[in-house]
Design a protein around this ligand. Structure first.
Ligand code: CA
Length: 231
């Protein structure tokens, strides 16, 4: 089995060292760069399995790197986790919109870093969202794709078509954060459905209908929503 290669682009030496040490200790093969230009070249040259990408970088910033990688056929599928500082939520929203897979906010624990890295590696090729065609069961919640219906403890929950699509999409991509724009894009699909474009309204309605199980959908402050990850 070949070693998993990870590139870290981070200009703060202390944070770079913590990430590098944490990942190396787990047996990952790690390469680093401290500015945007170098980082971009390193990623293009090595096509790693995962990139940890700081947002504020000298030279080319993390968002621009993300944009450029997603525009290159040879790099478009490389998974990217953005490393953001507190208060950079609007940049995180932009980054997710550009195709980054996840983000982690400084300061973070080695454990949190590894959990996010493993989750993204497990999901595989970047930017790929899936819509599962099989039924989804999470604890007491069952989502039945053929019946277009959800059940809690076997009891039917009546959802609108939009609510069902939203719940099913989120549950198909457990642990992955989506911005409101991404969710809207998904529920709109190609049909010219007339729906309320305020995603929060639909999420609120789903939570209300799921009752005590509303904690399945997590609010990620300033960014969007995610269906709770596997424990
Ligand atoms: Ca920085």
């Amino acid at each position: 089995m070949s070693t998993i290669q990870i590139v870290i682009v981070e200009d703060e030496p202390d944070i770079l060292e913590v990430i590098r040490y944490t990942l190396k200790r787990e047996g990952f093969d790690v390469a680093t760069a401290m500015d945007g230009k170098q980082g971009l070249r390193l990623i293009q040259d090595t096509s790693p399995d995962l990139v940890l990408l700081d947002i504020m970088l000298p030279g080319i910033d993390g968002l621009e790197i993300c944009r450029r990688l997603r525009a290159e056929p040879s790099c478009e599928n490389i998974p990217i986790i953005m490393v953001s500082a507190k208060g950079e939520e609007s940049d995180v929203v932009l980054g997710l919109g550009l195709g980054a897979d996840d983000y982690i906010t400084k300061p973070f624990s080695p454990r949190e870093l590894l959990a996010r890295a493993r989750a993204v590696l497990r999901r595989g090729a970047a930017g790929q969202t899936q819509v599962r065609n099989t039924n989804i069961t999470v604890d007491r919640l069952d989502i039945d794709i053929k019946k277009f219906t959800a059940f809690v403890d076997g009891e039917k929950i009546t959802l609108t078509a939009t609510e069902f699509r939203l719940l099913h999409f989120l549950a198909s991509n457990r642990g992955r954060v989506f911005t409101r724009d991404q969710l809207l894009g998904h529920v709109l699909g190609n049909d010219a459905m007339v729906i309320d474009r305020n995603i929060d309204v639909h999420i609120r309605a789903i939570r209300k209908k799921l009752g005590s199980d509303q904690q399945y959908i997590e609010t990620i402050r300033g960014v969007g929503y995610r269906f709770k990850d596997h424990n």
